[in-house]
Design a protein around this ligand. Structure first.
Ligand code: 1GP
Length: 251
């Protein structure tokens, strides 16, 4: 099985290099918008483009990914809300199991049903322990997943969940307070989880300024994901990316 991008994640972690990923919601971008976003992403040295969302309304994802791929070499990684979002045009798939919840469909059920076509897709598969952390108000992911998020002041639950995920063989841990979360994940929780796992740690949800992105990296995040804030103000791409990458120098 392919694991080129995963090796890249691992190498960056070992070398203390932090990465910045922009989350692209195919529902919110048309071709001119994609062109503009990609040009800003190239300029800002964005490491990855995550594509997907908990709920996609349009049927535009394949086209969106093909357009991105025609414009740049930034790896496109699927962040799917359901198996219908698996696209062979991407480079890799975050193969998410919602380990913070107790909804069997999102832990293993949908994976079983979609396994043959996921394997056939030829994508690099990245087994990812996905943890939803309470972000102060219901988000699309907390509603759609029908699973209780981890309370944001229960660092020990987050820690034990991440440890269990890693021991079950998850190669990445993604902690997310949900798109547009009122409250992003507290640094104390990131720090506790990061200091007890070896898997690269992805952090997203409600990160709206470069300082928070930087502090998350300092707390131990390996990859910072931002969607909403950049949809509102594209100029943030460069500031966020610079903040994340500045950690490389100080490590
Ligand atoms: C959501 O982690 C991502 O699943 C990004 O969240 O859109 O709030 O940046 P935002």
């Amino acid at each position: 099985m392919k694991n080129k991008l995963y090796q890249h994640f691992l190498r960056n972690k070992q070398q203390g290099h932090k990465s910045f990923a922009v989350l692209v919601d195919p529902d919110k971008v048309d071709n001119p918008k994609i062109e503009q976003l990609v040009s800003l992403a190239i300029d800002a040295k964005v490491d990855y483009l995550f594509v997907g969302g908990s709920l996609l309304i349009s049927n535009h994802q394949d086209e969106c990914i093909q357009k991105i791929k025609s414009l740049c070499n930034i790896p496109v990684i699927l962040f799917p809300g359901s198996p219908s979002q698996v696209s062979k045009y991407a480079d890799a798939l975050l193969y998410l199991s919602l380990i913070s919840g107790r909804n069997p469909e999102l832990l293993i059920g949908q994976h079983v049903v979609s396994a043959p076509f996921v394997r056939k897709s030829g994508l690099e598969i990245m087994p990812t322990g996905y943890m939803v952390i309470d972000g102060g108000a219901p988000t699309t992911v907390s509603y759609i997943s029908n699973a209780t998020p981890i309370p944001s002041d229960k660092n020990e639950i987050a820690l034990c969940t991440a440890m269990a995920g890693e021991m079950l063989g998850m190669k990445l841990i993604y902690m997310d307070s949900g798109s547009g979360a009122k409250r992003p994940i507290p640094e104390s929780m990131i720090e506790m989880v990061a200091s007890h796992i070896e898997a690269p740690l992805i952090i997203g949800g409600g990160i709206s300024d470069p300082e928070k992105a930087y502090r998350n990296c300092k707390a131990g995040a390996d990859v910072i994901v931002v969607g909403n804030a950049i949809e509102k103000d594209e100029s943030l791409i460069k500031e966020m990316s610079d903040a994340v990458h500045s950690m490389m120098i100080s490590v």
